[in-house]
Write a protein that binds this ligand. Sequence first.
Ligand code: B4P
Length: 185
Amino acid sequence: MARRILLLGPPGAGKGTQATLIANALHVPHISTGDMLRAAVAAGTDLGKQAESVMASGELVSDELVVAIVDERLSEDDAHCGYLLDGFPRNVAQAEALNDSVVNAIGTVVLISVDTEEAVARLMHRADEEGRADDNEETIRRRLEVYSAETAPLVDFYASAVLDVDGMGSVDAVFSRIMIALAKS
Ligand code: B4P
């Protein structure tokens, strides 16, 4: 059966980290809008030029742009047998657009919950390691505000499909919790 999974959680919850592990374990493509947007910025495409300053400020890139790249990605052959969406949808308008797309049946939503200060600490640590343009404290706090205002309402939007997983602790511990929750779902 096709597994269509969506990962939700604030910046720093470990979505990107866990998505890689889950996608490998379940043999489904990992589709990350953050990764696709960063690749577009690095390649200097028109999309990247439009997204770069928005991402650096911690705001959301326009729904129109993001929905278009996700629609295109979901129409590829490897997504027909399931996928793991990481970072999309980011607001109710994007969730409604996903409902209207051809491969719309989200089966399970994994919500990774962490304390705000833990999320900030993880992202500040990544800033030291990787130097991502949006990993400075001011932008991190703005991203967390945007999450609360725009993305957190998706927990109610998907209500009955949501598995709430504790994201505190080691990467391995969180991964085990997610796999146990998915196996029971
Ligand atoms: P994303 O790339 O989605 O970034 P993020 O939410 O900040 O989380 P990320 O997945 O990278 O980090 P994670 O929590 O795994 O988005 C970046 C920007 O792109 C957005 O601000 C927005 O501008 C734009 N964007 C993306 N999607 C969009 C959309 N749909 N619509 C509009 N705009 C969009 O990990 C963080 C750090 O924690 C890592 O360093 C990791 O190593 C560490 N970590 C993870 N798990 C840990 C653990 N258990 N213990 C310790 N450290 C851990």
